[in-house]
Write a protein that binds this ligand. Structure first.
Ligand SMILES: *Cc1c(COP(=O)(O)O)cnc(C)c1O
Length: 235
């Protein structure tokens, strides 16, 4: 077994253990393998170990990877590419053309561009609204007070499929401190579902905090370094 295959197995075990520990339905948490900064060879290794969903943060880097001949003829199904990085207006076309998901939508203008640019031959782009929760390290994400309004507008865009919320809380070593912002996102998510939006995705949890995210209802965790190793550059 390759190092990446072994790491994947260990991460899948962590997810299963957390599902069990926090009374989640077995198999209800999806794993997104975050392959940013890693070459197509590494994606291929994970693919051969049964991983089909991959997350990328940098448009230029990801387009080369997506087109790589190394990733043709996948084992059982085509790769599902998720864009998880900051979204700028001049990158929306490439994201809408080459990705199945965008997790980092935080402005109406970006959402409108993604919807308008989504090719007619593809199904609607699945999107998550990125929420800027308390203690968030980055400046991206919509303020919690604005989530409801923006979610309603996004749900009306014809070529987008609003799936749920995404968040990147500041890292912490303390389990209770990790859980608090995830609980805040979950509350917003439940509110939107109460409003009648048919959402199915809470995209939260990274290598260091997937257990806390799963405890608070994550349905998709985005894991990079625990699968591929420490990234050579930060990001
Ligand atoms: C890099 C990144 C991840 C993965 O982080 P790890 O700590 O390596 O698991 C998850 N989500 C986003 C948005 C990222 O940019």
């Amino acid at each position: 077994m390759t190092r990446i295959a072994a790491n994947l197995q260990a991460v899948r075990q962590r997810i299963a253990a957390a599902e069990h520990a926090f009374s989640r339905v077995p198999g209800s948490v999806r794993l997104l393998a975050v392959s940013k900064t890693w070459p197509a060879e590494c994606v291929r290794e994970a693919l051969d170990a049964g991983q089909l969903a991959f997350g990328e943060s940098y448009v230029q880097e990801s387009l080369a990877k997506i087109a790589s001949p190394l990733l043709e003829t996948p084992a059982v199904a085509p790769i599902e590419w998720h864009f998880i990085g900051p979204l700028q207006s001049n990158k929306t076309r490439q994201v809408s053309e080459h990705f199945a998901w965008a997790h980092s939508v935080d402005r109406l203008k970006i959402a409108e561009r993604l919807s308008a640019q989504r090719p007619a031959v593809l199904p609607p782009l699945s999107v998550c609204l990125q929420v800027n929760v308390s203690g968030e390290a980055s400046k991206s994400g919509v303020a919690p007070a604005e989530v409801r309004d923006l979610a309603r507008r996004l749900a009306d865009l014809p070529r987008l499929h609003l799936r749920g919320l995404m968040a990147i809380p500041a890292p912490s070593d303390d389990f209770a401190a990790q859980r608090a912002p995830f609980a805040q996102v979950r509350e917003l998510y439940e509110q939107l579902r109460g409003d009648g939006l048919a959402l199915d995705t809470l995209s939260m949890g990274m290598s260091h905090d997937i257990e806390a995210a799963i405890a608070e209802g994550a349905t998709l965790v985005r894991v990079g370094s625990a699968i591929f190793g420490a990234r050579p550059v930060s990001g």
